[in-house]
Design a protein around this ligand. Sequence first.
Ligand SMILES: [Fe+2]
Length: 298
Amino acid sequence: MNPLFKDLGVGVGLRPAHRSIFLESPPKSVSWVEVVTENYMPWEKEGWGKSFQMLSRIRKNFPVALHGVSLNLGSVDTLDPHYLFRLKQLVNQIEPVIISDHLAWTGINGETLHDLLPLPYTQEALNNIIFKIDQVQNYLGRRILIENPSSYLEFKNPEMSEVEFLKQVLKAADCGLLLDINNIYVSSVNHGFNPKEYLKEIPGDRVGQIHLAGHSDQGDHLIDTHDAPVDPKVWDLYNYSLELFGVKSTMLERDEKIPEWSELEIELLNIGVIQNEFIKSNRTSDLASRIHSPSATL
Ligand SMILES: [Fe+2]
């Protein structure tokens, strides 16, 4: 059976600070890029902006994933038809390999709050977001990915855990998962759960992409700031995800204190090293089990 999502290799969240590098001497350390959708969508009156023109040129050398922050899937507001129309125009132009947004709500009564706010994990909220994802997928004519959130507060009396909620979304909406490993780690520290138990619950065939990022430690809680290198505990969790799901398209997000490209490349190369070590050790253990098996034929 064909997998739902193919491995694209190592990618990066492309930010304006590094665009010129991608335009002038496309780096070999990444094989695809992810961009924030809203920064490239056409304006209703002005049309396409300069950023879009640059992305079109970069698109000639790199597959592009579109990562949105304003679909507002978890809100009780109806989906914004203007937003959807602009998104579809961008999709038609860029032909992205992945389209994603968040398991969150970002506005109410037509007001955008510019933040990814957590959902109450109730049947009512579940039905609502499944309905919205279904509408988006029907409109775009393709499957989208939903990213698991990082959170700092929880609602009282949830009807199910976050991972159970997420699993039901993936199944009922028939969408994919953008698995953010750092988000799981941040929430696990903030709410006191075991991040490996969370990961074990995830259906691996639904994982279409992985995010890695840094966070900041505030003493009694962590914040998902994307302003630092990936934490060693998050690398450990990434290794664990490889054991569970195998190699998936993986990318690095950095949104604040953006370093020189050469510094970011060190972390990008590390993703490749970890993936290769996993593949190598898997081959070795495969070989060992075949040698020790009485019916082994080499
Ligand atoms: Fe993320």
